[in-house]
Every structure is written in structure tokens, then in C-alpha cells.
Design a protein around this ligand. Sequence first.
Ligand SMILES: C[S@@+](CC[C@H](N)C(=O)[O-])C[C@H]1O[C@@H](n2cnc3c(N)ncnc32)[C@H](O)[C@@H]1O
Length: 303
Amino acid sequence: MSPHDHETPAGGHAHGGHHGHDTTHIDWEEFATLLESEAALSLPLYEEVAHWVREQLPAGSVRRVLDIGSGPGAVSCLLAEVFPQAEVVAVDATPGLLELARARADRTGLGDRVGTRLAELPEGIAELGPADLVWASGSLHHVGDQRAVLTGLAGLLRPGGLLALLEGGLPARHLPRDIGIGRPGLESRLEAAAAAWFADMRAALPGAKPEVENWRALLAAAGLTPTLTRSFLLDVPAPVTDAVREGLVSGLSWQRGALEGRLDADDAAVLDRLLDPDDEEGLMHRPDCFMLAVRTVHTARRG
Ligand SMILES: C[S@@+](CC[C@H](N)C(=O)[O-])C[C@H]1O[C@@H](n2cnc3c(N)ncnc32)[C@H](O)[C@@H]1O
């Protein structure tokens, strides 16, 4: 439930809806809090991915890591911990998010190895400099010409270097099918509405190019050798902590706004109840909410 998942914009995303609302344009500065809470909830998954990626690289070989579309830098800092000999550069087009990344790096004592670089993709890629690992999580699908971005990023890799692309997986789930209010199957309907939103979001991106989302084929077309593909599970069962509840509320309230006009009135009313902090059936109180998500990671090597 965020601009990060393709079912939500997190994977998240937002420009030019077809219902008279411009709900597909994403103001990334406004997303800072949501991105931070999502990253905090997903950190165990990212940690597992980072260790899996490390196993694919010769020990000590990683000197420079680029975190492409880093957002507020939680993963950039994690990568600095997992690759203790590396300089990590958080790359993003949103200055406010890079400030948060900078602050996080300083706060966690990683300031000397985590840097930030303001760059708009794909135009800014050429200036990013060489890397042993390029990590792109949930950022590629926010760029119109995904093929151009992958080709540019592939060109930054040193021989033997790896590109790790986190795209796709399964839409996150947070509630049982029947939650006792409204029609059963709310999340399936949200997912369908979010998929339509996602298509409109992509179509409205500058330089949008339709692309078959065969990531391994796209990595190969970028001149790399696809190596592994694996999906990682984030499983936070009920009952969840207040911090998880707050994360679910942030994600769902984002969806409530982005999907305005795409949901029927009954589902919209149920969402309002779920988001109401004083409603006993709301996310802040109900005992049955959880967090279940799958993220797929593709790796590819430069020969
Ligand atoms: C969904 S967030 C992903 C954040 C982080 N990588 C993660 O996995 O949690 C997408 C990020 O991509 C950045 N972004 C979107 N379009 C971009 C572009 N054209 N150039 C550079 N960064 C971009 C946004 O500012 C945002 O921080």
C-alpha cells in the first residue's frame, strides 16, 4: 500500500488520472514520511536481499555502490553496513529525500562512506561514475524510458560488477478477505484499481515508452548477463505493533487519495473507517491486520 508497489505506487507512484483528478503525479518530497515508514517496515527484507547480493560478489571487491532512486536512504545506509569497504552513493532526483539520506548517514555514523548525488534519470546517469554494485529498488518503474535507464546503469558497472534490480513480486496484503465491514475482497478490488492507476501513472511519465516487463530480457538487452532471480518474503503476522499499524495507515491513506474516483462509494467508506483512529474496526485497533509482501530481485553481471 504505497507508491512503492505497483499495486500501490511503492513500489509506490502518482500523474494525470482519467477521472478528472491528477492522482498519478507523485510529489516525492511529500512522500518522505511514507517512504521512511515503508523502508523501516521492509528493512528485514532488504537486509536479506543485500546479503544474498553480497554472496554473488567476490569478498572485498565492492568499492563503490550506487543506490539508484534511494529515497531517504535507509537502504543506502544498510548497503554501507553490508559492504564495509565501499563508498555508497544515494542517487535521487528529489533534494529533500537526499537531505534525509544525508541526515540518516550522519546519525548512524556512516557519514564518511555514504554520499548523496542529485540526478534525474536517465539524463544524469553518465555523471554518476563507475560502480561495482548498482542497486535499483522500486525506482525504475518511475522513469518513462526504462530501457534507456538500464542501458545507462549497465555502462557504469566495472567488469565483474553487478546490477541488482528490485521490481515486481506480489501485491502486499494487510487484511483478511472478510473484515466484517463492507463487501469481502476489499484488497483484491484495491489491487485492481491500483493496477489501473499504475498504468496511467506510467503512461503520463515524461518520455514514457511501453515495455514488456521481462526484466531479465531487458537486463540482457542492456549488455549484461542475467544471473539470478529470487523473490523475498516480508511476513509480519497479526497482531502487529503500533509502528506497523501506523505504517499501514500511511500506506492506505496514500491509496485512498491516489485511487479517488476509481473505487465505489462503499469501498471508499470502508477505507475511511479503516483509517479512522477512533473507529474500533480501524487499522489502529483491529487485531487481524498484518503485513505480507513479496519482492522479486533480478541480478545481472557485467562481463
Ligand atoms: C518508490 S521510491 C523507492 C525508494 C527506495 N529505493 C526504496 O526501495 O525504498 C522511488 C524513488 O525514485 C526517485 N525517482 C523517481 N523518478 C526519478 C528519476 N527520474 N530520477 C531519479 N530518481 C527518481 C524518487 O524520488 C523516489 O525516491
